[in-house]
Design a binder for this molecule. Structure first.
Ligand code: CTP
Length: 428
């Protein structure tokens, strides 16, 4: 079902969260996988950012990380069963009062139990009583993840409105590698926070392939030196993460970004603008939307030394001869390889004698030929590396959407809303 958000059955996604607690109430369900130790970091991030977290481990999880650890980190008592404090009816109350139930790590076993409505411990009871968004973060060996039983259970949970993150690929418990790795806690934290902010998250990008670029390119002078820029990749990663949360298949072309990979996203790593261009051109024929959030260098050295350039003994400095890089955004906007695709560009402007920030943005939108342009005023240099952003989204049809100062995640959602609106207009 493409239009259901990750909300438990019977929830009005627009309804305000339980107002009884100013702090968002999160139930952190921990199940019996080795990644339970990484959930400690996730718990720390949640509590330190002001969330009221109740940890509900399974008995198997407690064999990996003991109750004292969860109690100390959450500041609350911890139990895995329904027979403690029965007078407070915890098996019902914990789920009913939660704003988010986050199961991380989620084993194949808990996915199966949740899909079939089993309730044999406190966590599975909580899952049945929760009426808030539910987020599962699976972690298991590749064979278990790929087994048709697990895949069917995941499909069932998604169909019912739960959000099930795709596991990461990489090193597993033993020497083996593959899909099934627990995503980075920082990444899970961002997805959870996004879900709390938008509990009725629509799956309006389901069935769409989106391409996002992020980071800043490097143009090498020699094997150790390059020309680069300050782009952190945070905005592009927010685009990739939010698109995945809205159901898209995402290809992320990352230029020199050190952030953890967003879960369930195909990441293609590049360094130079030429590599970025190759990766973008390879993906555009199947991309329904392209977001060019990367900062490709406009120029590259005309020649690259194979060996390290030595400092001159006479105190002189070399003169760098540069040549222009291709403008990838303009190229894909003018040579459209996928009819109906929505192409989004970025413009970091300071305004000058030729016009205001918005005048320059409008001119750039027309020059590049893209459909949407996100215009940032960078006069104060405040955007780079910051977690906040403020922008205006210009539409080729003449419209504009101001986005007040907020998180890069919030800006990404506004842009995806505009992209979806264009899909809907095109579909008539
Ligand atoms: N871009 C691109 N290829 C380049 C340079 C930029 O695709 N070689 C894309 C960026 O990803 C961004 C948009 O173009 O989405 C705007 O980049 P910007 O550097 O502001 O554009 P320029 O044409 O270089 O304009 P300016 O002269 O203002 O720097």
């Amino acid at each position: 079902m493409a239009d259901r958000g990750p909300t438990a059955p019977g929830v009005d996604p627009e309804a305000p969260r339980a107002a009884s607690s100013a702090r968002p109430r999160v139930v952190l369900g921990v199940t019996g996988g080795i990644a339970a130790y990484k959930a400690c970091e996730l718990l720390r991030r949640l509590t330190e950012s002001g969330h009221d977290v109740t940890v509900v481990p399974t008995a198997a999880a407690l064999r990996f990380v003991g109750a004292p650890t969860w109690a100390a980190l959450s500041g609350k008592p911890v139990s895995d069963q329904v027979w403690e404090g029965v007078h407070e009816v915890p098996h019902v109350r914990i789920g009913q009062t939660a704003d988010l139930v986050l199961v991380a790590p989620a084993t194949a076993d808990v996915l199966a139990k949740a899909a079939h409505g089993l309730a044999d411990d406190l966590l599975t009871n909580t899952l049945l009583t929760a009426r808030c968004p539910v987020l599962f973060v699976p972690a298991m060996h590749t064979e278990m993840w790929e087994h048709p039983a697990t895949q069917d259970n995941v499909a069932t949970l998604r169909h019912r409105g739960s959000l099930v993150m795709e596991p990461a690929e990489g090193r597993l418990t033993g020497a083996d590698t593959g899909k099934g790795r627990f995503p980075e806690p920082a990444e899970i934290f961002e997805v959870a926070r996004d879900l709390l902010a938008r509990p009725g998250q629509p799956q309006d990008l389901a069935g769409r392939h989106v391409l996002v670029t992020a980071g800043g390119t490097r143009e090498y002078l020699d094997p150790v030196r390059f020309l680069g820029n300050r782009s952190s990749g945070l905005q592009g990663y927010a685009f990739a993460r939010t698109a995945a949360a809205r159901g898209a298949e995402v290809t992320l072309v990352a230029a020199n970004v050190t952030l953890p990979d967003p879960a369930g996203v195909k990441v293609v790593r590049v360094e130079s603008t030429a590599e970025l261009r190759d990766a973008v051109l390879a993906a555009t024929p199947t991309a329904d939307a392209v977001v060019m959030a990367a900062a490709p260098a406009d120029y590259r050295p005309r020649s690259v030394s194979d060996t390290k350039m030595k400092k001159a003994d006479d105190g002189s400095a070399p003169t760098l001869a540069l040549e222009q890089n291709p403008d990838i955004l303009a190229e894909i906007s003018h040579d459209r390889t996928r009819p109906g695709a929505v192409i989004v560009g970025f413009a970091a402007e300071t305004g000058d004698a030729h016009g205001s920030v918005l005048d320059l943005g409008r001119a750039k939108l027309a020059r590049k030929g893209c459909d949407l342009l996100v215009v940032n005023d960078v006069s104060g240099g405040q955007v780079f590396g910051s977690t906040d952003n403020e922008a205006v989204v210009l539409d080729a049809d003449g419209g504009s959407t101001p986005v007040p100062r907020g998180t890069k995640t919030a800006l990404a959602h506004v842009v995806w809303d505009r992209v979806v609106a264009r899909f809907e207009t095109a579909a008539g």
